[in-house]
Each structure stands twice: as structure tokens, then as C-alpha cells.
Design a protein around this ligand. Structure first.
Ligand code: AHR
Length: 658
């Protein structure tokens, strides 16, 4: 937990009368352990991953080369160009997501060097990667080759190793030496160089490693040749060796660390709208995302960029295992995304999609002697992965969805009865185990939804709040949004007998290319900035009570008008009483806290506070520490005591019980 520690011994005897006028009218928070308790779901706090805002490519996925497969302009089946717009057969239009077909790449030529680069379809590497880059060199001059700047700069760090691989071929037997360099964006400073000799003949993979001499988060990769001729390149890939757990084709360790620090109970993947895609062909197809990189097929992402599928199904399942999280995989339900003029699968296609889902599940869970289980083992993981939930579709609905859902449910349940299957809606005529509710809106919406599930039908279905985020009227996200989410999430906790799971969305954003207004963790090539929403989740998830106690704030107020909101619960393993309080006002608020029916409360408590005088304050890459949770010690706790809650704050009081 990235917390600035501060020891703050506060006086025990702060009485209501003694509190300054600035602390405002006193309130009473009564925690009553003698009343009914709600068990809190151990799976309540999870994470949602979707390839949006470069969450994967250019983000969590540590690949440094953009458009490594030269496939960026490949259209989904059934789509065509109308000027700068992609148009699907169902009339959905999407803006062009690349500058030119070699987006990310350019020619570098020095002195009298002469030549050009083109995207090429001749003699492809394989049918899944039909395009390559053709470099034609007429004169070498002072150097000629190709350059890639990555995703807004490559982060190169002194002393670190970088592993490059690429496929190349030449016409006939001609061969060339390929110079490899990591250098500054201007090309003036060289950070590392090496050379691969004898590149030529048919398609072959070449590899080399470079150790950087300098640090530069805005570096680029340059490949040069040393003689005239033609060279084709494909699948040019550069990874830092220091990925998370040093895995090849791995993930950025700083971003994984942030996820691990949330202690997520589960991780949802692959989305979100991309589960449906712009067309059925454009849906995320898990089989295209496993195995050797050159055998994977990328996808034109409906969020406006090319997705390599390098962070594929296997890497996702591996990450779940690494995080100690259960996997929640979402399958396509027989149509493309509902908000993009859905393309409907025929009954025969629905059958194929059901089989596609069964195959994915077998890849994750099947013994190594099953077809897909064997593929998983061949890909390096003989043991099953922790897949526990399958959601059928994303934000889908209507009669057709209900019909398809039944088919998926029947087939999956017959083979994998232990899986929890999640439905997008409460269906009229068939039983649903768990339903996925989504919620986006303003702070008022989120504060007002504190009691949203109080009246939920306890007979079922259980609820997974699969996407939520306070993203309206809060700029790019701010403390007020996070406080509203804290209130909402406490509302979910106190209804956790029904609301079993929840995940904020979206998870990541690259600050240079944002498709969704408000997200949880910002980053660029080298820096990270978890937003205040992140810290609210961390405070809650890492201090999750096992049971909620009746908690009353007086004088009472309607959720929409509430100024001070409180919820207490007990943590079984420590016996600690966890009191979480949101003060949404601009002034300090004093409360007398009364604990009834509990064993003796110790006087020493630990307090964690997320607050700022300005509710629009937020962490950014330049000021990542603007609002952080502060931990302090408090010596004034007991069966009845007073505490002053800071303006615009979310506070966790960890009280010990005997
Ligand atoms: O979280 C961003 C998007 O919001 C998801 O892709 C979609 O499911 C929802 O509409």
C-alpha cells in the first residue's frame, strides 16, 4: 500500500463540547453488534480488464513495439471503408484508427541514403499475418532502416536488458547485416547497439539482446541494413527482460504491482464492449490470442486502435493465478455489441459460439489429456487455471439474448456444473444464478444509490456489479467521485448477501490516448498514477470485514443529502472492528462513536484517511501524490469516543476488540 505514514497521537478526551465550531454540528454513529449481521462476500472486490485506453497494448502488456505485425489496417470481416470511416454491414461507423498502414513505423535515412518502405502482401509469414514491411534500399548513405517509437516513447532504463526478435526474409539468397539500436527520439543519443549478421533467404526468426547504457522513457528502436536490396520484416517485437516475474511475452511489473496491491478476488476479461465487437468477426476470439506470437491474429479494436492479442487468454489466466484471483471470463452471446448495431449470429453460428465457449473453458480447466487442456500444457501450463465464473455476453438483452443464454447455460452447466454463470439481465422466464448490473453516473447518483440494493429480492439472482464508475461531472475523475464511490461501495457491502461481486471500470488509461472519460489507473511509458478511486478500492478491499454490523448515523438523512455516512464491520481473523466513514462536506465533522454489544474496544486504533480540502483534487502523472491515504495512530478509542472527520474524506478506523 503506497501510504505516507504519519504518527499522530490525538487526545482521548475530545468531547463534543470541546470541539471547535469548525467541526460543525455533532453527530452520533451507533454500532450495534446485538442486531442482525450481514455476511460480506469474500469475492466482493475484483477488477475488470478491457483493452480500452491502451490498457493492454501500450500498457500492462510490456511489448514496446507498436504495430509489430504490420496488420494495423486489417478490417473486420464484412466491414469496408467509406472515406475515413469504417462501415460495418449493419451500418455502424467507426473512425479510422491509424495514420497510414505502417502506423508506428517510419523510414530513417541519413546522408545520401535512398530507399522506401511499404506494407506488403507478397509471400506472407503465414495466413494469420498476411502483411509485412518491405524495405527497399537503393543507397545506404550514412545509414538507412526502419524506426519505431513504441507507444508514445519506449521506456529504456540504464543497466536493463532488452530482448528483440523479428522475422525477416530477402529476395533470393541476398543477405544483409541488420544493425539494432535503442536511441533517443531525435536519434542523437544512442542508448544501446548490436548487430545481427547474415539476415537473408526465406522467412526466419532472428533474436538479439541489448543492454542499455542510459535511461530515457522516450526512446525508439531502429533497425538498419548495410547494403542495397530488399528486406521484408514481420513480427518485430521488443520486450524488457524485467517483466513481471521475468516472464517472456510478459507484463509491466509496476502496473501488475498496482493490481496486486488491490488484492483482487477475481479478474474479469476481456471486457466490456469488445466481447461483442463491431461485428461478430471483430469480437475478441480467444483462439486467436494463444500460442506463438506470429500465429496470433490481431483485432481492430472498437475503441480505436489495433490490438495485438499478445496479452491473450493464456496470459490473462496466468495473471489471475499470479494475483491469487479467480478468473471471470466473458464469452460472446451470439451477437456483436448491442450499442453498435449488433450483428446477429444465425442459429448455426450460435452453436459454434457455444462450442467456442466450451473450448475456452476446456483450455482453462480441462485436464492435460483433453484437446484444449493439452494445448494449455503445450503453452507451458499443465495444471488447470483458476477459472470460476463465465459471463454470457456483455450488456446484452432482449428475447434473443434470453434464447441464446439458455443454450449457453445448458451446455456449459452440463459440462462444468461448478462454474458460476453470469447473465446480463434478470430474465422473465428462466432462472438466473447471478446478474451483472452496470452503473455509471454523477456523484449525486452514486451517493443516492447507497440503498440501491436494500430492497433487492433475496431469493435471487445474486448480483455482480460488473462495471461502475462515477464519471459524470467530475472532470477526468476526482476526489469527490471517489468519495461517492466509497459511499456506493459501502452500500454494496451492507447488501453483500445479494451483491456478491463488484468491479470498477475501466481499469487503466494511457494518458496519451484516452477513449473513456474517467478511469482508475493512469500511466505513460514509465510512470503510473493511481487515482483516488483506486485508493478507495484498496482501503476497502484490503480491510474487508467478514460481517457488517448495524450502523446508525444520527441525525439521519436521505442518502442523497447525507453528509456523514458510516458503516462498520468485523474482521474475523483479527477480531478488529472496521469503521468506514465518508464526510462529503467541506467542513470537519465530529461524531461521537458508540459501540454496543461488542467486547471491550482497545484505546489504540489505526486510522487511514483519504482526504483533501479541494474535492476536485486528483492524482496525475506529474503529481501522483496529490491525494494519498494517510495512516496514523489514534489513542482515544473506546466503547464511546469522539472523532473529527476531515473535510472531503474517506476514513477507515481500525479498532481492536478484546
Ligand atoms: O467500461 C467501458 C465500457 O462501458 C464497456 O466496454 C462497456 O461494457 C460499457 O458500456
Amino acid at each position: 500500500m503506497k501510504t505516507r505514514h504519519r504518527i499522530e497521537w490525538l487526545l482521548a478526551a475530545v468531547t463534543l463540547a470541546g470541539v471547535s465550531a469548525a467541526a460543525g454540528i455533532g453527530r452520533t454513529i451507533t454500532i450495534d453488534a446485538t442486531q442482525g449481521r450481514t455476511q460480506v462476500s469474500p469475492s466482493l472486490y475484483g477488477i475488470f480488464f478491457e483493452e480500452i485506453n491502451h490498457a493492454g497494448d501500450g500498457g500492462l502488456y510490456a511489448e514496446m513495439v507498436q504495430n509489430r505485425d504490420f496488420e494495423i489496417n486489417t478490417l473486420p470481416g464484412g466491414a469496408s471503408w467509406a472515406g475515413n470511416l469504417l462501415r460495418t454491414t449493419n451500418g455502424w461507423q467507426e473512425r479510422k484508427w491509424f495514420g497510414n498502414e505502417l502506423h508506428g513505423w517510419s523510414l530513417v535515412n541519413k546522408g545520401s541514403a535512398a530507399g522506401f518502405i511499404r506494407q506488403d502482401e507478397q509471400s506472407p509469414l503465414n495466413e494469420r499475418n498476411p502483411h509485412s514491411l518491405r524495405l527497399v534500399v537503393k543507397a545506404v548513405g550514412h545509414g538507412i532502416g526502419i524506426v519505431n517509437g513504441g507507444y508514445w516513447g519506449m521506456n529504456v532504463q540504464a543497466g536493463q536488458w532488452y530482448d528483440l526478435s523479428f522475422f525477416a526474409r530477402t529476395a533470393g539468397d541476398a543477405n544483409t547485416n541488420v544493425g539494432v539500436a535503442l536511441e533517443s527520439a531525435s536519434g542523437r543519443e544512442s542508448h544501446a547497439t548490436t548487430n545481427i549478421e547474415g539476415v537473408g533467404g526465406g522467412w526466419r526468426q532472428y533474436r538479439c539482446s541489448l543492454k542499455a547504457q542510459d535511461s530515457d522513457p522516450n526512446s525508439r528502436l531502429v533497425l538498419t541494413v548495410d547494403r542495397p536490396g530488399t528486406v521484408w520484416f514481420d513480427m518485430v517485437s521488443l520486450f524488457p527482460r524485467a517483466t513481471f516475474k521475468n516472464r517472456p511475452n510478459g507484463l509491466r511489473p509496476d502496473l501488475v504491482r498496482l493490481l496486486a496491491d488491490l488484492k483482487p478476488a477475481f479478474m474479469r476479461f476481456p471486457g466490456g464492449a469488445i466481447v461483442g465487437g463491431m461485428t461478430l468477426d471483430n469480437r475478441i476470439q480467444w483462439q486467436n490470442s494463444i500460442g506463438p506470437l506470429e500465429q496470433r491474429r490481431g483485432t481492430a479494436n472498437l475503441w480505436g486502435y489495433w490490438t495485438s492479442n499478445g496479452l491473450g487468454f493464456h496470459e490473462y489466466l496466468q495473471l489471475c493465478e499470479d494475483l491469487g484471483a479467480e478468473a471471470l471470463w466473458v464469452c460472446n452471446p451470439g451477437f456483436s455489441d448491442n450499442y453498435r448495431n449488433a450483428e446477429i449470429a444465425s442459429p448455426a453460428q450460435v452453436k459454434e459460439l457455444v462450442q467456442e465457449a466450451l473450448d475456452a473453458i476446456e483450455y482453462a480447466l480441462g485436464p492435460a489429456n483433453t484437446g484444449w487442456g493439452a494445448r494449455r500444457a503445450a503453452n507451458g501450463h499443465p495444471a488447470p487455471f483458476p477459472l470460476r465464473y463465465v459471463e454470457i455476453g456483455n450488456e446484452a438483452g432482449g428475447d434473443l439474448y434470453a434464447t441464446n443464454y439458455r443454450q449457453f447455460h445448458t451446455a456449459i452447466h452440463a459440462k462444468y456444473p461448478a462454474l458460476t454463470l453470469i447473465c446480463n439481465e434478470r430474465l422473465k422466464d428462466q432462472a438466473v444464478e447471478m446478474v451483472d448490473d452496470h452503473k455509471y453516473g454523477s456523484p449525486a447518483d452514486f451517493f443516492g444509490a447507497y440503498q440501491q440494493y436494500d430492497a433487492a429480492d433475496r431469493r435471487g439472482p445474486t448480483v455482480y456489479v460488473g462495471e461502475f464508475g462515477c464519471n459524470s461531472g467530475v472532470g477526468a475523475g476526482n476526489l469527490l467521485a471517489a468519495l461517492a464511490e466509497a459511499a456506493y461501495r459501502l452500500g454494496l457491502e451492507r447488501n453483500s448477501d445479494v451483491v456478491r461481486m463488484s468491479s470498477y471500470a475501466p481499469l487503466f488509461f494511457h494518458v496519451k490516448d484516452i477513449q473513456w472519460p474517467v478511469n482508475m489507473i493512469g500511466f505513460d511509458s514509465s510512470r503510473v498514477a493511481p487515482r483516488t478511486s483506486y485508493f478507495v478500492q484498496q482501503m476497502l478491499a484490503c480491510n474487508r470485514p467478514d460481517e457488517i454490523l448495524q450502523t446508525q448515523v444520527e441525525p439521519p438523512a436521505a442518502p442523497a443529502d447525507v453528509e456523514l455516512l458510516a458503516l462498520a464491520g468485523l474482521e474475523r481473523k483479527t477480531g478488529d472492528l472496521l469503521l468506514r466513514v465518508v464526510n462529503r462536506t467541506a467542513t470537519p465533522r465530529t461524531a461521537t462513536i458508540r459501540c454496543q454489544g461488542l467486547a471491550k474496544i482497545g484505546s489504540d486504533a489505526t486510522i487511514t484517511t483519504l482526504s483533501h480540502d479541494d474535492p476536485t483534487a486528483e492524482n496525475t502523472l506529474d503529481f501522483p501524490d496529490a491525494v494519498l491515504p494517510l495512516e496514523s495512530a489514534f489513542a482515544g478509542a473506546g466503547a464511546e469516543f469522539s472523532y473529527v472527520f476531515k473535510p472531503y474524506s474517506f476514513t477507515l478506523l481500525r479498532l481492536t476488540t478484546e
